[in-house]
Design a protein around this ligand. Sequence first.
Ligand code: FES
Length: 166
Amino acid sequence: MAMYNDKVIDHFTNPHNVGEFENPDGEGTYGSPVCGDMMKISIKVKDDVITDARFKTFGCGSAIASSSVATDMIIGKTIEDALAVTNQEVLDELGGLPPIKIHCSVLADHAIKSAIFDYAQKNGKTYKGLEGFDPNADEDDTNHGCDMESSVDAMVDEIKSDRLKR
Ligand code: FES
């Protein structure tokens, strides 16, 4: 059974909105110390509307596909509407991720909020959707088996233990 659907594979192999802006209106990064994935999101904002977004990700295919879809989803939205986009909506738009990779999509969500937080700080703005958000909160250190290598290792271990049981 294929681990990833066609849409995820397409966004992973042909990601949209890759890169960064020379003069972003807001920029945010988020990384996991466990798997080593880092994500940076840059946004351009005009009249409280996100006119463009870019991402750079060092890490797994699920994180890349999630950022590609998530940036597509926020471009053209007002800041409040972009903040209201849920992780589940990003997952739905992607057509789902394997359970072990769902957490990868949270990187995109957090990095987008961080970029908007940066924009808000620089412009003295407050948004309801940012209430309680702390970009410097402890990075997620849940072991979500997120890099490809550890996913493969986990699968190999599973197969081995399955064989031993027989
Ligand atoms: S987010 Fe860590 S490997 Fe996917």
